[in-house]
Design a protein around this ligand. Structure first.
Ligand code: RAM
Length: 914
C-alpha cells in the first residue's frame, strides 16, 4: 500500500537535538495519487491529530503534549487522496520519523565551560590542539545515553577511543556572538558498564583561528573552550558527566591547526587518548573552568557537515625534485586521507592547490590575497599540512581541523613511492540532499552542468561560501545569485535558514547587511575595505532575494516572515540613502535635484557589476566615490518589487501597496535617468541592458529597443558575453524571453573566451571566478572555484529542458513545461524533487522517419518532439510546445507530440496515466 514518504521536521530529514518546541512537520504525498484531501498524524507520545481535512503536506505545526528539553516522539502520517476517478482512498501509515529535543534551558547544563591554561598563546596559525579527558564509572549498562557538545573552536569527541558521530568541523560556523550550535549525539553504543573515558580534541577553528581574505585571527575571542555533557540512563538511574575542573587537559599530536594555514600533526606526540579505552595522558593537568554563556546555544537548523564523498587519484607524478604530485582529477573542498606516512620521525609536507605551475608542481600563487597591512605585498595562500610519522603501524593522516580547496596535492619529503590506495581526497560539506538533475544530448553542456554542481558541492560547507580556498567566506552577493540554481539541485532550505539567521544577527544598526555572514562585525577585522564596502547593491539585497528564493522552492512563507523585519531595515537604509544623498557629480551639474532623483541610489560604496571580462582590476577605494547609480537603483527597484510580493504573501496589504508604488517610482526614475531619448541605455554595457530587462526597468514599448541594444553589444563583442557577477545569471533568460533565443544559444555554445565552454574546454572542473581563470597561456588567475557564473545552468533547467514554476507559484504547486530547444540539442531531461513529489520532464526530437514521427499526423521534415512529463500529486502543469496552444494537465505521466517549429493549434496529448 502506498504511503507518504520523506518525513521532515523543520525541513530536516533527521531531528536530534532540535531546540524548537513547536517543530513544523512535512511529508511528500505518495506518487500515483492526484491530490491529498485529508491527513492524520499520530505520535508515540499520544499526539493524534485525528483526520484533518487539508491538502497541506508541509509546515504542519506540532500540537501534541508540550515539548521540553529531551522530549522525544516518533510520528507517522497517513493521508487520504483522491484517485483518478475522484474517489477517495486512504494510504497506509508512513515510516516513522523521530524528533528529539536538545537542552533548551541554561539550567539544563551542569557542565561548565573549560579550556586549557595557555601561559603564552602561540601566533595565529601556529596554535596546537588540546585534549580534554575524563574517566568515569558507570554502575550499570546504559539503556539510553546522549552527549551534548559545543565549543569555542572546533571540537571532536571520542568515547572509549571511538569517535562520536560522523559530523565534521563541529560545532560548525555561525555568528558566534549570537548563535552557537550544540550537537546532540546518541552515544549508547559507545559506553560500557564500568570504566569509560571521554575525550575531546579542541582547535581554533572559526572562533579564534585565521579566517577570510585578510586572514584576521581572534575574531570571536582569544581563548578556546569546550562545553560537553553526557547524560546516561541505566538501571542505576541518570548519571550526568559534564565538563568541569576535574577534566584533564593535555597536548595532542596536532601541533597546529588553522582553517586557512593548514594542520601539522606529529604522531610521536600521540598520547593514545583517542584509541585507548582508559587512562590519563602523560603531562596532563587540570582544565581551567572559564566563564561562558549559555544564551547563544541552539540546536540545528541545517543538516550537519560530513565527508560525503571520497575520490581516488587519477595520477601520481614524481618530479625531479622528489615531490610527488597527486592529481584527483577534480577540484574539491576538504582534505586528504593519507596512509603512507614515511619513515618514523620524518616529516611529510602536503601542499594543496588548484593548479600546477610550469614546473609541474602545485602552485598557490594565484590564491594569495593582498596584504592590506603592507600595500603591494601578498599574504601566504596557506593550505599546507605536515605529518610526522611515529612508526606505529596503521597510522593514517586526516587533517580534520582545517580544510582546503584543491585538485592537486604536492607530497614532499616522502621517499616511498605513493600508490593510489595510499591517498584519497575527502569532500567535506554540509550534507545537503540532491533533489535535481539535468542532462542533454550535448556532452559539453553536461560537463558544464557537472562543473557547476561541483562548485556548489565545494562551496556548501556550513554556509554558502564564495570559494573554498582563498576566503571560505559567506559572501551575500554570491549566494543571492546562485540560490535559484542551488535550490533546484539540492535541498538548501535549512542551510539557507541557518545562514539567514547569521545575516540577521550581523545586520548593522543602520540596516546595512554585512557583506559576509557569519562575521563578527567590521571592528574585528583589520582591512579597511572590510568595513566601508558593506551596504552594496546586489550584496545587501541578499536579505530579500535569498528568503524569497527559499520560499519559492518550498512554499514555506515562514522563511519570509522570519526575515521581514531585516528586509525592512535594509530597505530603510537604501531608501534613506537615495532620498537624502545625491552623487557629487550630479550635484555639480545642477544644484537642485530633479523630482525623480529622490529615487536614485547613486552614493556610497557599490561593487557595481563586478568582474566584467576584460575590465580593469577592481579598485575598491575608487568604487567608494564612483557613481554606480545605474546598478544600485536597479536593485532598489528589484528589492522593492520583491518586497511588495512578499508583503502580499504575508498578508500585509497596506505595505504591499506602498512598496509597489515605491517600486514603480524607482522604475520610472531609472528609466528617466538611464535611458536616452532614443530609448537606449546610456551607460551601454551588456550588464546594464540585462538588468533593464530582468528587473523590468523600462516601459513595455521600450523593451525591444533595449533588447536590440543588448544583441548589438553581444555581436560587437564577436558574439561573446560581457557580463560579470551580478547580471550573468539573467543574460540568457532575458534573451530567450525577448525573442532572442537563438542568440542565447549562440552565447551558451560559444567556446572562445570569454564563455562558459572556454572553461570546459580548458579543463575546468569547477567554475572560475574570472572568465579567464586559466588564461590562454595556461596560467591560473584568482580562484578557480567560485560558483556565481555557474548560475547559467538554470537556463538549462528552465529553458532547455523546459521546467519552471508558474509566475506566482511557490512550492512547485503550479508548473510551466516549455522546452525551448536550440543549438542542435536533440534531447534533454530534468527532474526536481519538489515538496509534493518528483517532477520529471524529458523530450527528444526525432527525425521525420522515426516511429513517433510516423504516428504523428503530418509529421514535418524537421522531426517530431516527444515530451514526457511526470506531475506529482496536488500539482498542475501548463504545457507549452512550439507552435501549439497551451494544455493544462494534472498529476500523472503524460506524453505529448509536437513539431519543433510546428503550427498546429493543439499539442497532441498521446497518453496520460496517473
Ligand atoms: C571577492 C569574493 C566574492 C565577492 C566579493 C565582492 O573577494 O570572492 O566572490 O562577492 O569579492
Amino acid at each position: 500500500m502506498t504511503a507518504p514518504t520523506r518525513l521532515r521536521a523543520e525541513h530536516l530529514p533527521a531531528a536530534l537535538g532540535l531546540t524548537v518546541t513547536t517543530p513544523r512537520l512535512g511529508w511528500t504525498p505518495p506518487a500515483g495519487t492526484s491530490s491529498q484531501t485529508a491527513y492524520r498524524i499520530t505520535a508515540s507520545n499520544g499526539w493524534d491529530t485525528g483526520r484533518q481535512e487539508s491538502a497541506a503536506c508541509s509546515g504542519i505545526p506540532y500540537t501534541g503534549p508540550a515539548l521540553d528539553s529531551r522530549s522525544r516522539f516518533e510520528w507517522r502520517v497517513r493521508t487520504w487522496n483522491s484517485g483518478e476517478d475522484g474517489t477517495e482512498t486512504p494510504t497506509g501509515w508512513s515510516q516513522p520519523m523521530t524528533v528529539e529535543l536538545g537542552l533548551l534551558h541554561a539550567t539544563d547544563w551542569t557542565a561548565q565551560w573549560i579550556g586549557a591554561d595557555e601561559p603564552e598563546i602561540p601566533a595565529a596559525g601556529e596554535r596546537p590542539g588540546y585534549a580534554f579527558t575524563k574517566t568515569f564509572t558507570l554502575d550499570a549498562a546504559p539503556h539510553k545515553a546522549r552527549a551534548y557538545a559545543t565549543a569555542h573552536g572546533i571540537y571532536e569527541l571520542f568515547i572509549n577511543g571511538r569517535r562520536v558521530g560522523d559530523q565534521q568541523l563541529t560545532p560548525g560556523s555561525t555568528s558566534y556572538n549570537t548563535t552557537l550550535q550544540v550537537q546532540a549525539y546518541d552515544v549508547m553504543d559507545l559506553l560500557v558498564e564500568g570504566s569509560n573515558t571521554v575525550r575531546a580534541v579542541l582547535t581554533d577553528g572559526w572562533y579564534r583561528g585565521t579566517f577570510g581574505y585578510a586572514r584576521d585571527a581572534g575574531m570571536y575571542g582569544t581563548r578556546t573552550a569546550l562545553l560537553a555533557q553526557l547524560e546516561v540512563e541505566s538501571a542505576a538511574g541518570r548519571q550526568t558527566i559534564g565538563t568541569d575542573g576535574s577534566w584533564l587537559v593535555s597536548a595532542t599530536e596536532i601541533t597546529s591547526a588553522d582553517l586557512m594555514a593548514g594542520e601539522r600533526v606529529d604522531f610521536r606526540m600521540h598520547d593514545g587518548g583517542s584509541t585507548l579505552s582508559a587512562g590519563t595522558a602523560p603531562g596532563a593537568r587540570p582544565a581551567v573552568v572559564r566563564p561562558g554563556g549559555f544564551t547563544a546555544l541552539t540546536g540545528p537548523l541545517a543538516p550537519p557537515t560530513r565527508v560525503t564523498r571520497e575520490l581516488a587519484p587519477v595520477s601520481i607524478t614524481r618530479l625531479p625534485n622528489g615531490h610527488q604530485v597527486v592529481d584527483f582529477g577534480q577540484n574539491i573542498h576538504g582534505w586528504v586521507r593519507l596512509s603512507q606516512l614515511g619513515a618514523p620521525g620524518g616529516t611529510v609536507t602536503l601542499e594543496y592547490g588548484e593548479a600546477l605551475g610550469p614546473d609541474g608542481d602545485v602552485t598557490r600563487d594565484h590564491l594569495r590575497p593582498h596584504n592590506f597591512r603592507a600595500p603591494g605585498a601578498f599574504l601566504d595562500a596557506g593550505q599546507v599540512d605536515t605529518v610526522t610519522a611515529s612508526g606505529a603501524p596503521g597510522g593514517v593522516f586526516e587533517p580534520r581541523h582545517t580544510t582546503h580547496g584543491f585538485q592537486y596535492v604536492s607530497v614532499q619529503g616522502l621517499a616511498t613511492g605513493l600508490q593510489p590506495a595510499d591517498i584519497s581526497a575527502c569532500l567535506v560539506r554540509t550534507d545537503l540532499e540532491r533533489i535535481g538533475t539535468f542532462s542533454c544530448s550535448d556532452a559539453r553542456l553536461n560537463k558544464l552542468h557537472d562543473i557547476v554542481e561541483w562548485s556548489f558541492l565545494d562551496n556548501s560547507c556550513e554556509v554558502p561560501t564564495d570559494c573554498p580556498q582563498r576566503e571560505k567566506a559567506g559572501w551575500t552577493g554570491d549566494w543571492q545569485l546562485f540560490i535559484p540554481t542551488a535550490a533546484y539541485l539540492f535541498d538548501v532550505t535549512g542551510f539557507s535558514r541557518k545562514w539567514l539567521r547569521d545575516v540577521r544577527a550581523d545586520q548593522w544598526e543602520n540596516g546595512v547587511i554585512a557583506n559576509i555572514s557569519p562575521s563578527p562585525g567590521p571592528a574585528a577585522t583589520s582591512a579597511e575595505f572590510m568595513a566601508f564596502t558593506n551596504g552594496s547593491a546586489g550584496w545587501g539585497d541578499a536579505i530579500v532575494i535569498v528568503p524569497w528564493e527559499a520560499y519559492l522552492a518550498t512554499g514555506d512563507a515562514s522563511i519570509l516572515a522570519e526575515n521581514w523585519d531585516a528586509m525592512q531595515r535594509w530597505l530603510g537604509f537604501v531608501r534613506t540613502t537615495a532620498e537624502t544623498q545625491r552623487h557629487a557629480a550630479r550635484a555639480a551639474q545642477a544644484p537642485l535635484p530633479a523630482a525623480h532623483e529622490q529615487y536614485l541610489w547613486d552614493t556610497g560604496f557599490n561593487f557595481g557589476e563586478w568582474m566584467e571580462p576584460g575590465g580593469p582590476e577592481p579598485d575598491l577605494f575608487a568604487a567608494r566615490t564612483a557613481d554606480n547609480g545605474i546598478v544600485a537603483t536597479a536593485y532598489y527597484r528589484h528589492t522593492t518589487d520583491l518586497m511588495a510580493r512578499i508583503a502580499r504573501v504575508l498578508g500585509f496589504a497596506g505595505e504591499a501597496a506602498a512598496l509597489a508604488e515605491l517600486s514603480a517610482n524607482v522604475r520610472n526614475a531609472w528609466e528617466t535617468e538611464y535611458l536616452d531619448a532614443a530609448g537606449q541605455v546610456t551607460r551601454a554595457s551588456q550588464a546594464n541592458c540585462v538588468r533593464a530587462l530582468a528587473f523590468d526597468l523600462v516601459s513595455p514599448e521600450r523593451r525591444a529597443t533595449v533588447t536590440a541594444q543588448l544583441a548589438g553589444l553581444i555581436r560587437d563583442a564577436g558574439t561573446h558575453l560581457g557580463t560579470g557577477f551580478l547580471s550573468t545569471p539573467y543574460l540568457l533568460p532575458v534573451l530567450a524571453d525577448n525573442g532572442e533565443l537563438d542568440l542565447a544559444y549562440e552565447l551558451l555554445m560559444q567556446d572562445s573566451e570569454p564563455s562558459w565552454l572556454a572553461m570546459v574546454d580548458r579543463g575546468a572542473t569547477t567554475v572560475w571566478e574570472l572568465w579567464n581563470g586559466i588564461d590562454a597561456r595556461g596560467t591560473a588567475r584568482q580562484s578557480l572555484n567560485h560558483y556565481s557564473k555557474g548560475a547559467v545552468v538554470s537556463f538549462l533547467h528552465r529553458y532547455t529542458a523546459g521546467l519552471r514554476q508558474a509566475h506566482d507559484s511557490a512550492g512547485w504547486e503550479r508548473l510551466v513545461i516549455e522546452p525551448r530547444p536550440g543549438a542542435s540539442i536533440t534531447s534533454a531531461t530534468t527532474s526536481h524533487q519538489g515538496p509534493r513529489g518528483l517532477i520529471e520532464v524529458a523530450w527528444t526530437i526525432s527525425a521525420g522517419t522515426a516511429p513517433e514521427a510516423a504516428a504523428f499526423e503530418g509529421a514535418p521534415d524537421d522531426g517530431v518532439l516527444t515530451l514526457t512529463a511526470m506531475i506529482p500529486a496536488g500539482t498542475t502543469a501548463e504545457v507549452l510546445l512550439p507552435g501549439r496552444a497551451a494544455a493544462v494537465v494534472g498529476p500523472g505521466h503524460h506524453t505529448f507530440l509536437a513539431a519543433p517549429g510546428g503550427d498546429s493549434s493543439q499539442p497532441e496529448l498521446m497518453r496520460s496515466t496517473l
